[in-house]
Design a protein around this ligand. Structure first.
Ligand code: ADP
Length: 356
């Protein structure tokens, strides 16, 4: 039994519920013989992958839905074995090079070269090129991006690349300039409301408008979250009546607890306590950038107005350092200590001003 997010995922561009002008543009691009490399970007749950899948279907027909999953093995320059999952059909191939960590360049280089040098064998295929979808393109290392750029220049004739990313800021300019940029904005509350109503109708359940509003507002533009919450709530109370309480995910509650610890005491002992909690979050695979963002948002809610800008500024600084460096915990902890020192200084200055 599949989840509603998968079961009721639109399959063609005509079935997409929102951003209709974008769907029309993609349709005409697919119809024109000249299909470019593309970069789809937007927040998580905005519908990027769904839109890419629909575009592929428009390009090649229902054959793209016949998927097979393979595991490929690559070797790093130091002969380390890298196992990468690849989803493919006769017309496209989907990879997430970030699975290979710092060796993503090897995956990009070898795989793309191999695809680019093989001709489309299906004589009935509507297009001569194969599409390569690269997920999480914004987490690609500089080396991998440079390799990608060279491949894009060299093998345009029998390969098109579709990149999927949350933001374009971490992609190098030459890649951006070789792609058609497609921004998939988060759906509005009304649009999410409409999708929820549609799914409720397909499932055959009654969704009161107030419940749909609560779910849509809570999801903050993340349609996947809205549909998952809808399904979870439906399991808990089948009639969805009365005020709904949407439980926060455990990691979010845990991050809020860490923020409260930071605000309530600023001592070396507390830093140690926070460190163990940060390790706990990291070991449960919560991305460090999400940890710092969630804790920072909670901390600024609880401190004086004058401190907010500084706390966010330092969160941004340490986030950048975290991306550049390899030991995430160092930067997370450095930010925690910075916030504690800012907070202490603030109280110290308040005390001094009382003496004046
Ligand atoms: P992203 O790739 O941006 O994180 P997805 O494409 O995975 O988002 O979309 C998340 C879920 O939202 C999908 O599983 C699908 O059920 C739903 N969805 C996405 N786009 C649409 C749409 N245009 N109309 C209806 N449902 C959609």
């Amino acid at each position: 039994m599949s989840l509603w997010v998968d079961k009721y995922r639109p399959k063609s561009l005509d079935e997409l519920h929102y951003h209709n002008e974008l769907s029309d543009r993609l349709k005409s691009l697919a119809a024109s013989g000249d299909f470019p490399h593309m970069l789809f970007y937007g927040p998580s749950g905005a519908g990027k992958k769904t839109r890419i899948a629909c575009t592929l279907r428009q390009l090649f027909g229902p054959g793209v839905e016949k998927l097979k999953i393979d595991q490929r093995i690559f070797f790093s320059p130091s002969k380390r074995k890298l196992e990468i999952n690849i989803v493919q059909s006769n017309f496209h191939i989907e990879i997430t090079p970030s699975e290979a960590g710092i060796y993503d360049r090897v995956v990009i280089q070898e795989l793309l070269k191999e695809i680019a040098q093989t001709q489309q064998v299906d004589l009935n295929a509507r297009h001569r090129f194969k599409v390569v979808i690269i997920n999480e393109a914004d987490t690609l290392s500089r080396d991998a991006q440079a390799a990608l750029r060279r491949t894009m220049e060299k093998y345009m004739s029998n390969m098109r690349i579709i990149l999927c990313a949350n933001s374009t800021s971490r992609l190098i300019a030459p890649i951006k300039s070789r792609c058609l940029l497609i921004r998939v904005a988060a759906p509005s509350t009304e649009e999410i409301h409409k999708v929820l109503e549609y799914v409720a109708k397909r499932v055959g359940v009654d969704l009161p408008p107030e419940a749909a509003d609560t779910i849509a507002e809570d999801s903050c533009g993340n349609l996947r979250k809205a549909l998952l919450v809808f399904e979870a709530l439906k399991m808990q109370s089948p009639d969805l009546s009365g005020p709904l309480t949407i439980a926060k995910p455990d990691w979010e509650t845990y991050c809020h607890k860490v923020a409260d610890l930071i605000v309530s005491e600023q001592t070396p002992a507390r830093v140690l306590e926070v460190r163990s909690k940060l390790y706990e979050l990291l070991s449960h695979c919560i991305p460090p950038t999400v940890i710092i963002k969630t804790i920072a948002e909670r901390v600024v809610e609880r401190v004086d107005d004058s401190l907010r800008a500084d706390i966010m500024h330092w969160a941004a600084v340490y986030e950048v350092r975290m991306r550049i460096g390899s030991k995430k915990i160092f930067h997370l902890e450095a930010w925690v200590v910075k916030v504690m020192s800012l907070y202490k200084q603030f109280f110290y200055q308040m005390d001094l001003s009382e003496f004046d």
